[in-house]
Design a protein around this ligand. Structure first.
Ligand code: APR
Length: 266
């Protein structure tokens, strides 16, 4: 059985030689920043199944009564806490460095915490959106949440925020369960997955679709080499889709990969 360090040496060579490597990330990459994941041993859904059931109702609630949805959203604590208070960890920073070294071209993240951008990554596709933005379901326009004084609107009974472009009610730019992923995000993600020759997957249970389709698409389209880093095996590991599996901390392994690649660079 190879040790993680032996695998790290190998995957570092694979990444350094890649023509077009991309990274896919999930909540497991942000746990070292203090943000809980969903399905890990202490995950939010794992420890509070009621919260998950409630989350599945959000999209219908918004469509039925946007004003009521917004009042509830602004008067109940957020499951993930105040995301503006968290900082990127060594895993985010390692991926940003792999981008600046020209190795990772794009990060496709399921995380809404904005930490890849905060760490310095430039090419980021936020597959499930971004907590700091609002989005219009009608015309797909996106706005910084700070543009709307939501708490003021709550006090003045002026909710929901209205799209300045088309007049429809705005929702948070986070994709709710059963809400379609915006077309532009799907198109861009499939294009990246289809053209990559190496896909680095970090900190995801790989159980939520359509995001979890991307590794299969990369393998089928371009025969991509799949490198998986996760605290526990996932369906990708068990189905043998991952060519390499490093079981452990994404932050630690990504940092070692950057060190290994830089040590071989002249
Ligand atoms: N290093 C590596 N792996 C980790 C770490 C870590 N430091 N911490 C946790 N993990 C692993 C967990 O063991 C788990 O397998 O990361 C994985 C996180 O899986 P999930 O909690 O399911 O998160 P994710 O895959 O991103 O969920 C996808 O589900 O609820 C929706 O919209 C939400 O975007 C989220 C989506």
């Amino acid at each position: 059985m190879e040790t993680n360090n032996e695998i790290i040496k190998k995957v570092s060579q694979v990444l350094a030689a890649a023509d077009y490597a991309i990274a896919l990330t999930g909540a497991g990459l942000s746990t070292e920043s203090g943000i809980r994941d969903f399905r890990g041993p202490k995950g939010i859904w794992k420890t509070d199944p009621e919260a998950e059931k409630k989350a599945y109702q959000s999209f219908d609630k918004f469509k039925r009564n946007p004003k009521k949805h917004w009042i509830e959203r602004l008067t109940t604590p957020d499951l993930l806490g105040d995301l503006s208070e968290y900082e990127p960890n060594r895993g985010h920073k390692a991926l940003a460095e792999l981008e600046s070294l020209g190795i990772v071209r794009t990060v496709i993240t399921q995380n809404i915490d904005n930490l890849h951008y905060k760490a310095g990554s430039k090419n980021v596709i936020e597959y499930h959106g971004n907590y700091s933005k609002l989005r219009c379901l009608n015309c797909a326009s996106q706005y910084e949440e700070s543009r709307f004084n939501l708490n003021e609107m709550l006090k003045e009974d002026l909710l929901p925020p209205i799209c300045p472009k088309c007049g429809q009610a705005l929702k948070q730019d986070i994709v709710f369960f059963n809400e379609p992923i915006p077309n532009a995000v799907i198109t861009k993600s499939m294009s990246e997955a289809g053209k990559c020759d190496v896909m680095l997957i970090c900190g995801t249970s790989a159980t939520v679709y359509p995001f979890a389709d991307l590794p299969f698409y990369a393998k089928q389209q371009g025969g991509a080499v799949i490198i998986e880093i996760n605290a526990e095996p996932t369906p990708l590991t068990r189905m043998g889709l991952s060519d390499y599996f490093i079981q452990g901390s994404a932050g630690e392994s990504l940092t070692k990969i950057v060190q290994e690649i830089k040590s071989t660079m002249i």
